[in-house]
Design a protein around this ligand. Sequence first.
Ligand SMILES: Nc1ccn([C@@H]2O[C@H](COP(=O)(O)O)[C@@H](O)[C@H]2O)c(=O)n1
Ligand SMILES: C[C@@]1(CO)OP(=O)(O)OP(=O)(O)OC[C@H]1O
Length: 186
Amino acid sequence: MTLRIGQGIDVHAFGPGDHVTLAGVRVPHTHGVVAHSDGDVVIHALCDALLGALALGDIGHHFPPTDPRWKDVDSRHFLLRCMALAIERGYALSNADVTVVCERPKLAPHVEAMRGNLAADLGCTVGDVSVKATTSEKLGFTGRGEGIAAFAIVLLHKRTAAATVAPPDAPDLQALVRRLEPDALE
Ligand SMILES: Nc1ccn([C@@H]2O[C@H](COP(=O)(O)O)[C@@H](O)[C@H]2O)c(=O)n1
Ligand SMILES: C[C@@]1(CO)OP(=O)(O)OP(=O)(O)OC[C@H]1O
């Protein structure tokens, strides 16, 4: 079986606002993040991990921060497009693992909602997506509460003819992407 592995990292500074968006989940906080898009570090790190696995550059190459189309956009749009690039090349997600680093907000209450969103966008089961949180023990920029960081790793596998006929509950990834983002495969 052909496997491809990729890793991605994203960082955003905290700024004015009352929430951060992580894996599409609105998490109340004393600050927002400074970003061109919605600043979703979980999704940005995952996009870079997917693009890395495919050797297709990085998120800034595909979605330049100078492009007004991406201003304040829901980053799930980026994730769907990156997953579509994998699907077009015959790959499906084996599993993904993300670690978010921040002192605050407390993320544990939101982890299951994040995993659900990611599984829906990546065309896999919730069991294939891990989201973890850690502080940096008050050290560095995350420790000082100046920003938030995320680290992601993904494993892709080439879909085989056999995998497309069984099991019956296997996700039809092309259909999934079309349903969530009709222009994602264009
Ligand atoms: N922003 C965060 C950071 C951590 N957690 C949870 O707390 C646990 C302890 O964190 P340490 O950095 O002290 O190891 C960790 O296992 C996370 O579950 C959190 O929810 N939100
Ligand atoms: C996502 C993009 C696109 O608007 O901008 P930001 O939201 O600022 O996020 P970043 O993690 O700096 O990635 C670069 C861009 O691709």
